[in-house]
Structures are given as C-alpha cells and as structure tokens.
Design a protein around this ligand. Structure first.
Ligand SMILES: [Zn+2]
Length: 254
C-alpha cells in the first residue's frame, strides 16, 4: 500500500517541527540547524475550486450490491497537516527535461498528464523550477531494500511562504524506461497524488489504482469524486502561521 507516496520530511516533523531557512525565497521546515518550535495554523476549510464544483456526474438511480461506491475517499490518508490541498491557483507545474534519447516522448506524456488533470484543477506549466509547486522529473525512483521495484513515486515537503502561509510542494519522479502508455499512466497516477489523492483506489478502473495494469484507465469519475471530497476537507496548508511563531522566525533570522 502507498508504495509510491512518501512524505520527505516526516521524521523532522515527528521530532518536533524544526524550523529552518530553506530555499532563497522560502522558509523550509526540515533539515534545521537551529531548533525552534513553531505552531502550525489550525485546520480550516478552503473554498472548493470552481473547476471541481462545476463537475458533476449523475449517480446511479438504484445502486445494487455490485455497484462500486462513488468514490474511494476512505482510502485517502490525512497527513500531519491535514489533507494535501492546494489553495493558490493555478498550480505551477515544472516538467524537468530529461537527458535521454526518449526525452521528447516523455515530455509529451508529462504534458498530456498535466492537460488531463487541468480539466479539474487549474494547472499551469512553468519554466521556473525554483518556484514550481509540482516538479515532474524523469528518473529512477529510489529503491529501498525489501520493496518491489517502483516505476514512480511522489514526495511532498513543507515550507512557509513569503506571506507566512504554511505551504507544500511536490516532486513527481517517473522512470522513463517504460513503454509510452505506462509512462503516461504513471504520470497520470502520480499527478493525482500530487494534487491531493494521498492514497490508492482498490479498483483497477481508476487512475489511482494501487498497481500497474495492462490497459491503464483514464481519470475516472471515482477519481474526481474522491478529489472533490478531499477539497471539502480541512487542512493546515494555505493558512497563516500564528503571529507568535512568526516572531520566532523573525528572531531566528535577524
Ligand atoms: Zn500511487
């Protein structure tokens, strides 16, 4: 389960929310040299993005015993900051050009996967890796002993943005050395994680099914219904950190 999902910073958070300066324009929450406790924003609900609100699929009039549930929201995990919800749109996506003979095909697949999800959440291709919310990279996913070889994985990390909001960014890594239809399926699947579906579907007709299948499905109604339910949930992401914690940050960095 969850073989392609990984919070990169979880150990740091468990050790007590260590605050540090990260990239040049953001304040990271991991790899600290100076231990400072900060208080996270309370869990609150953002408005559901209009693109998701506008989507509607008629439910079956009389669901029988074999009818699949309309979503698999119960399989989606909350993180320590609540659900992984974006609230600043468009979400900036950077596709890192791979250095391989199949680069063009891989880039085209990545662009198509972005385009497919664009129908449901506002995404924008960006040329700036340092400010992107989601970075898509062609690479071999990390392999830990005792695990099967993975074709893709998605990380997220937390930081505090210049407006003092708790924010996250995601990195999607997809192995380029697969047949094109599997590259596209993996990109579609991983982008689903990056957009907030932090879990897997038990049905192989959903893009977020937990395993690779011979004939990968497109984004399904159940995938979108799950995404809608996620965006109705509270999160600490996208909200201001308390003023008392800002003082710690200012004090740390004078
Ligand atoms: Zn997955």
């Amino acid at each position: 389960m969850a073989w392609c999902l990984r919070p990169r910073w979880w150990l740091s958070l468990l050790l007590g929310l260590i605050l540090a300066w990260g990239l040049s324009h953001s304040r990271g929450l991991a790899n600290s040299h100076q231990d400072q406790q900060i208080t996270l924003p309370p869990l609150q609900t953002h408005p559901v993005p209009p693109t998701l609100q506008a989507w509607s699929k008629p439910l079956p009039t009389s669901p029988g015993p074999g009818t699949p549930t309309p979503d698999y929201f119960d399989q989606v995990k909350q993180t320590e900051v609540g659900y992984l919800i974006w609230s600043q749109f468009p979400i900036q996506v950077y596709i890192q050009p791979p250095d391989s003979p199949t680069a063009q095909a891989w880039i085209a697949a990545a662009q198509q996967a972005v385009q497919e999800w664009q129908a449901y959440l506002p995404l924008k291709l960006s040329s700036y890796p340092t400010t992107a919310d989601i970075t898509i990279q062609a690479n071999r996913p990390s392999h830990r002993s005792g695990e099967r070889v993975r074709s893709a994985e998605t990380f997220y990390e937390l930081y505090i943005d210049p407006q003092d909001h708790l924010a996250h960014r995601c990195q999607v890594i997809v192995r380029p050395t697969q047949a094109p239809k599997y590259v596209l399926a993996a990109l579609r699947h991983e982008l689903g994680h990056a957009l907030g579906i932090w879990g897997h579907s038990p049905l192989n007709s959903d893009a977020l099914y937990f395993a690779q299948v011979a004939d990968p499905p497109p984004i399904s109604a159940r995938d979108i219904q799950t995404l809608i339910r996620i965006y109705q949930q509270p999160t600490r992401l996208g909200w201001s950190i308390p003023v008392s914690s800002r003082k710690i940050i200012e004090k740390t960095h004078q």
